[in-house]
Ligand binder design. Structure first.
Ligand SMILES: [Zn+2]
Length: 84
């Protein structure tokens, strides 16, 4: 079980998306859950991403400042996954 960085609910890892900070300090969605890096978990929904932005949970989990454009990019990527 992992906690969503947005809504703080505990869910099975498989029902969530992982967001990682890579060694190059970039923020990426990790749909496979296998990429290396410090990771945070989110439900598969944009609402939780927005919550994680507002409560700064994602920044705290990844221990880095995350600019607005990163959130926008993550949101688009999440949307693309949702539609599959
Ligand atoms: Zn959530």
């Amino acid at each position: 079980m992992r906690q969503c960085t947005g809504c703080r609910e505990m869910k099975n890892k498989k029902e969530m998306i992982r967001i990682i900070k890579t060694a190059e300090n970039t923020i990426e969605l990790d749909a496979t859950g296998k990429k290396n890096g410090r990771g945070a978990y989110l439900c598969f929904c944009r609402e939780c991403l927005q919550k994680a932005q507002k409560n700064k949970g994602l920044e705290r989990s990844l221990k880095t400042a995350i600019p607005e454009e990163i959130y926008l990019r993550l949101e688009k990527e999440l949307e693309a996954i949702e539609q599959k």
